[in-house]
Write a protein that binds this ligand. Structure first.
Ligand SMILES: *Cc1c(COP(=O)(O)O)cnc(C)c1O
Length: 432
C-alpha cells in the first residue's frame, strides 16, 4: 500500500486541515526558483508572522510621535507592556498569569533562576542535568557550581541514555533521583530534548524530585509553543524558554520565565529564604518611581525582572502570541502537529525505512513536532545528505555528530511540505 506517498493524498490532508489557513499569516522564505522553501526549521528560528511588522511599526511611530510619553500613552503603553504578554504566555505553558514574565534571554534567565533555586550546602550541592545538554545550559550549570565554590566534577550529575540507546529513560532519571536525591539541590532538565526531540515526563520527574527535597526546573526552549504543558499543576518550581524557536518572535528575542506562585511571597525574599538578584523592574509598581531605595518585591514572577524591557522585542512577541491565539491556542495546534508529524514519520518509514532511522521516540507522549533522523548508508554521511536536501529547497538543520533535525510546525507547515520533503530526501540518498 503506497497511497499515502502522493502529492494528491497530501493535498487532501491539507484540505481537511482546519488550521491550513494559518500558513497565510506567515512570510514563507522562497527558493531561487520562486517556490516556497520546505521550511522545517521552526525549532531553531520560527518564521515571521505577517502582523509582526505592523506591531513593531506601531511602537516605532509611538516613539516618533510621543517620545518618553509613549510609556503612558497609546493602546499598548510601554510601562506595563510586558503585562500584555502574560495571558497568552501563561496558556502556552499551563501557568497562572502571575507565574510568567517575558524578560532577558534564555541563558540569562537560567542563571537568575539558579540564583534563587540552586542554594548548595555542604551535603546537598549537586545539580542533575542531562549528558549532552545544550551547551549553554551545560556552561550555565557548570559556572554556577564553580561560583558557589564547588567542583563540577563532583556536583554535576549527568543523566545518560543507556549504552547503545539514544533516548533518556524516565526510569533511569528516577533511579538517580531515588538513589542520590538527598545530595541533589537542583534538577534542571529540558522539557523537550533539542537533539532527539524527546519529550520528558516533566510531571513525574517533578514529583520524584520534590519527594527528595530537590528544586525542579525545566528548560523549555524546545517545548514552549510545541507541546501543551501544565507547569502550575505539575508544581514545577521554575522554567525558562526562548521565544525565537516555536514562538516565532524573531532572532534573539526576549525570553520567557515561569516561577511557581508558591515562591512569590515577598517574605521569602526579605528573609533571604529565596534570594534573587534584584532590579527596579522587580520592585512594587506603585512605589517604583519614588526612588526610595527600599526594595519591595512584586509578588509575582515579575519580581525577578531587572530592567525595563526592550519594547520592540516584546512587540514581536505580542504579534506571535496573537497569531497563536488566532489559531485557537496550543491544543488545536498540538492536534495538527500529531497528524502532521505522524504523516511525515509514516512516509519516512514506508519510503526510506532502510536508509533512514528516526531516533525521536515513536510515542506521542514522548515526542513533539521534531523528528531527528540519522542516515544509515555506508557511502553517504548525514552531512552530505543534508547539503543535498538544502540545495534542493529544504531548510532544516544538521547537528553534529550525525543528526538531521526536521520540524514540521503546525502553524505554517503543510502536509504537502512533508510529502515534498520525503521526495527530495529520497532523491538525495542516491549514491553518486
Ligand atoms: C536554543 C537553546 C538555547 C539558547 O540559549 P540563548 O540564551 O537563547 O542563546 C539554550 N538552551 C537550549 C536547550 C536551547 O534549545
Amino acid at each position: 500500500m503506497n497511497t499515502i506517498f502522493s502529492l494528491e493524498y497530501a493535498r487532501q490532508l491539507d484540505q481537511k486541515d482546519p488550521l491550513a489557513h494559518m500558513r497565510q499569516q506567515f512570510h514563507i522564505p522562497k527558493q531561487d526558483n520562486g517556490e516556497d522553501e520546505i521550511y522545517f526549521c521552526g525549532n531553531s528560528l520560527g518564521l515571521q508572522p505577517k502582523r509582526t511588522s505592523d506591531y513593531l511599526n506601531y511602537e516605532l511611530s509611538q516613539w516618533q510621535k510621543l517620545g518618553v510619553k509613549g510609556h503612558f500613552s497609546g493602546d499598548f503603553p510601554w510601562m506595563p507592556y510586558h503585562e500584555f504578554l502574560t495571558e497568552e504566555s501563561a496558556k502556552l505553558v499551563g501557568a497562572k498569569t502571575s507565574e510568567v514574565v517575558c524578560m532577558n534571554s534564555l541563558t540569562a534567565n537560567l542563571h537568575f533562576m539558579m540564583v534563587s533555586f540552586y542554594r548548595p550546602t555542604a551535603t546537598r550541592n549537586k545539580i542533575l542535568i542531562e549528558d549532552h545538554a545544550f551547551p549553554s545550559d551545560h556552561y550555565a550549570v557548570e559556572s554556577q557550581i564553580r561560583f558557589h565554590g564547588f567542583d563540577p566534577e563532583d556536583c554535576m550529575l549527568l543523566a545518560k541514555p543507556r549504552d547503545g540507546e539514544t533516548i533518556l529513560r524516565t526510569e533511569d532519571i528516577l533511579e538517580i533521583i531515588e538513589s542520590q536525591g538527598n545530595e541533589i539541590a537542583l534538577i534542571m532538565l529540558p522539557g523537550v530534548q533539542y537533539y532527539t526531540g524527546q519529550v520528558l515526563d516533566m510531571k513525574t520527574i517533578t514529583e520524584a524530585g520534590h519527594r527528595k527535597g530537590c528544586n525542579v526546573g525545566f528548560d523549555l526552549a524546545h517545548a514552549t509553543g510545541n507541546i501543551p504543558m501544565q507547569l502550575h499543576e505539575w508544581n514545577v518550581d521554575f522554567a525558562a524558554w526562548c521565544t525565537y524557536k516555536y514562538l516565532n518572535s524573531g532572532p534573539g528575542s526576549v525570553a520567557g520565565c515561569f516561577v511557581h506562585e508558591k515562591h512569590h511571597s515577598s517574605e521569602l525574599f526579605l528573609n533571604n529564604e529565596l534570594p534573587r538578584f534584584a532590579g527596579w523592574w522587580g520592585h512594587d509598581k506603585e512605589s517604583r518611581f519614588r526612588m526610595e531605595n527600599n526594595f519591595i518585591p512584586i509578588e509575582s514572577a515579575e519580581s525577578w525582572q531587572l530592567s525595563n524591557p526592550p519594547i520592540l522585542s516584546l512587540a514581536a512577541i505580542r504579534a506571535s502570541l496573537d497569531t497563536f491565539k488566532q489559531a485557537g491556542g496550543i491544543n488545536p495546534l498540538r492536534e495538527k502537529a500529531i497528524k502532521l508529524t505522524s504523516y511525515l514519520r509514516s512516509l519516512l518509514e514506508q519510503e526510506l525505512g532502510d536508509e533512514i532511522s528516526i531516533i525521536t521516540p515513536n510515542d506521542i507522549n514522548a515526542s513533539g513536532c521534531q523528528l531527528s533522523l540519522t542516515v544509515n548508508l555506508h557511502d553517504l554521511d548525514g552531512k552530505t545528505v543534508f547539503d543535498r536536501i538544502e540545495a534542493a529547497g529544504v531548510t532544516c538543520d544538521f547537528r553534529y555528530p550525525n543528526v538531521i533535525r526536521v520540524a514540521p510546525v503546525p502553524l505554517y507547515n503543510s502536509f504537502q511540505d512533508a510529502f515534498k520533503f520525503v521526495t527530495i530526501l529520497k532523491n538525495s540518498l542516491e549514491i553518486s
